[in-house]
Ligand binder design. Sequence first.
Ligand SMILES: *Cc1c(COP(=O)(O)O)cnc(C)c1O
Length: 349
Amino acid sequence: MLTQESIIDLRSDTFTKPTPAMLEALGNLNLEKLGDDVFGEDKYVNELEESTATLFGFEAGLFCPSGTMTNQIALHLHTGFGTEVICDENAHVYIYEGGGIAANSGASVRTISGNRGKFTAKQAEVLINKEDVHFPKTRVISVENTTNRGGGAVWDLEELEAISTLCKTHGLAFHMDGARIWNALIAKKHEASFYGKHVDSLSVCLSKGLGAPVGSLLLGSKDFIFNARRVRKRWGGGMRQAGILALAGKFAIDHQWARMAIDHQRAKICAEHLKQLPGIQQVLEPETNILIAEFENDNLLQAFLSHCEKQKIKLGSIGMNRIRMVFHLSISETDFEELLIRVKAFSRS
Ligand SMILES: *Cc1c(COP(=O)(O)O)cnc(C)c1O
């Protein structure tokens, strides 16, 4: 039973824990299907790779320990020493992956100052380097859907098609960091197979809002995934009886995906409450499960953060006087009602 004292953790949708139903499914795991995945002998992993690739319209998939690894493997295969990646200045691949593009692939990054983490084909086009000894060769355009630091914004399919065409025209690869593509699909009801038609590689996370404990998949052509498998091994990401994780991932997709609509609804309701608080400069209109609010200044931000600490609400500040709240399946209805009460109390404290 939840009490006034319970902690409400909105730092990230990575804090989700396995649900009782998921644990039950794991308890019924068929040992016959487990095998050594480095040898391609784990049937749960093989099934998950195949079914996810098919869902998104790709030929093949690769199960990896993290979204950072799937992104970095993809960018590694698309680039090479002295080449360049184009992405938004707030992109996870650039900001949050430990300098991986430089360290793993020796490539530079050209950033775009986009709108909530999204940019236009026109903005990208002017950054594609001409063939000239002065310039690094542009090799890949990378987009993030939904955008993390952009507050869960979803890309328009028309813009993605335009970028896809741009990439084809210039012989570039098109990568999508779809850690939260699941949220985008629920929010906009887009066809998942759109992505297989328009991007060369797609990374999807099972361990965010879907609620699986570990794992991401990289999707692409057969050849691409064949090469990706070697890079995964080289980087130490080959796992053995990974079917336990793949089964959790499969369960998450089958049973915990549709409920994301609840998280999106809650982000919207909470946004309305935040707008009423003193010192709020702006609230980025939530499109999915991420809510970003900006305070007028650092003092007000700090006051709100300490209020939340006292009220046992965990959330993150992401710079620029902004806080981030992420809604997910480990927040119960009672938690959510309690959250609204605790947030509202800021005006009186
Ligand atoms: C979480 C996340 C990833 C991958 O993170 P891991 O913790 O490495 O699984 C990639 N891109 C975005 C946008 C993310 O939010």
